[in-house]
Design a protein around this ligand. Structure first.
Ligand code: FCB
Length: 442
């Protein structure tokens, strides 16, 4: 396996590992940090499966130097991380927190000193709680607050960043956070969710324009969670439902970003819940990007009566209950190239949660190792078929706070013992290191 696809990947291909601030940093109130909507959400009874929170997490705020050493030792050339907005601007507007900015300065300079490219995400979901008090992403004014935040980060760190992604997975923020209510801020309104999705896209467009005016050397883009939608059966009902779900998850974001318009079938389905759009918004959203980040975990199998059970057709499922389906990644990347004028694509997240066992200081996570190997091969296959790929990043560097699942789900290629904070490279990490090493010798 390891050398089969070596020749497809150019020497400057970006190989990385990914994390996000709230999931690893801990130090939730240290050095002047403000609260985020995830700090508040975790405090709601029943919101998080194991009643945990991000107060300590992986203590990355304290252990960042050893963590960066660990990343470098994997032999990757890039690290994707996010900035906690309330750590650097506690109220989401106005005063900046120097101690918070200093922390990210240490990360960026520490990465560069180790020969690693910094890939920064501005919004990996931890909106300042103070902005939620004035409506959060449902309030159009939050888009301007986001522009100020983006400009502040670019002014301080931009000259040393390889890339800046505005948002991570806006669908999750809008739909899980504001329609299903199972993620922060825990709102249950389809109308609010639709407006939030528009404001996230608008703030992306506004930030891109402002950053380019300010002067930016980092590549600019956005990160979407995308999955091919497969009807469970060939019935008209399942096919129609899969097509609508494809509209909601993929085209609702891809069409405005690359075609300047929301898809008409989803707008029709939303009816009175459709978002308010002001003149000029759609042109802003469709501003050219330097890259598109794709987070891929699985395909989705859609049945109109919701009867389909993951794994029932024999595909293995991960500990999240998601089917392992690497072919879907090739299919997705080819579809993006076919349907949209996309810039270079990066897989910005890919990985699996599995029930790991630590035995004599080792974690033989063959399932995760196979998962990664097969998905990297799926990327290679898309490249052989002409897709312009810039990089691939594993989710995640280490076990961490998996949102509403708390610490019960482990996605890391590095095991974290939450009692001692000891990090242990799992077999998947050793495999990734050897895979990258072999590539260098090729
Ligand atoms: C993605 C998130 C990431 C992580 C993975 C498992 O939706 O971007 O933070 O939780 O799922």
């Amino acid at each position: 396996m390891s050398n089969k696809n070596s020749s497809v990947f150019p020497p400057d291909f970006v190989w990385g590992v990914a994390t996000s601030a709230f999931q690893i940093e801990g130090a939730s109130a240290a050095d002047g940090k403000g609260l985020s909507i995830w700090d508040s959400f975790c405090a709601k009874p029943g919101a998080i499966a194991d009643a945990s929170n991000g107060d300590i997490a992986c203590q990355h705020y304290q252990r960042w130097a050893e963590d960066l050493d660990m990343i470098a030792a994997l032999g990757v050339n890039a690290y994707r991380f996010s900035v906690s907005w309330p750590r650097v601007q506690p109220a989401g507007s106005g005063a900046w927190n120097d101690k918070g900015l200093d922390f990210y300065e240490r990360i960026v300079d520490g990465l560069l000193a180790r020969g690693l490219q910094p890939h920064l995400t501005l919004n990996h979901w931890d909106l300042p709680d103070a902005l939620q008090a004035t409506g959060g992403w449902a309030n159009r004014d939050t888009t301007q607050r986001f522009v100020d935040y983006a400009l502040g980060i670019n002014a301080r760190l931009g000259d040393r960043l390889a890339s800046i992604a505005t948002h991570n997975e806006p669908w999750v923020v809008a739909t899980l956070g504001h329609e299903a209510g199972i993620f922060a801020p825990g709102i249950k309104s389809r109308k609010t969710a639709a407006q939030v999705s528009h404001h996230l896209l608008l703030s992306h467009g506004l930030a891109l324009r402002a950053l380019r005016e300010q002067g930016v050397s980092a590549k600019l883009g956005i990160v979407l969670n995308l999955a091919p939608m497969h009807p469970a059966t060939d019935t008209a009902a399942d096919r129609a439902q899969a097509s609508l779900e494809d509209g909601r998850l993929l085209r609702w974001y891809l069409d405005p970003l690359f075609k300047g318009a929301y898809p008409s079938d989803v707008l029709a389905d939303l009816g009175d819940d459709a978002p308010k759009i002001e003149a000029g918004d759609m042109q802003l959203i469709a501003a050219p990007m330097d890259f598109l980040g794709v987070n891929y975990y699985s395909h989705s199998v859609v049945s109109a009566d919701k009867s389909y059970k993951a794994g029932s057709t024999g595909l293995p499922v991960t500990d999240m209950g998601w089917e392992v389906y690497p072919e879907g990644l090739t299919e997705l990347l080819l579809r993006l190239k076919r349907d949209y004028p996309v810039p270079p694509l990066f897989v910005t997240e890919n990985g699996g949660a599995f029930k790991d066992q630590m035995v004599n200081g080792q974690v033989h996570d063959q399932d995760r190792l196979d998962y990664l190997a097969r998905h990297i091969e799926a990327v290679a296959e898309a490249m052989r078929q002409g897709v312009d790929m810039g990089g691939y990043m594993v989710w995640s560097l280490m076990d961490n706070f998996e949102w509403a699942s708390g610490y019960e789900k482990r996605f890391g290629i590095v095991h974290v013992d939450y009692q001692t904070q000891q990090r242990t490279l799992k077999d998947s990490a050793l495999w990734y290191r050897d895979f990258l090493q072999a590539k260098k010798q090729f």
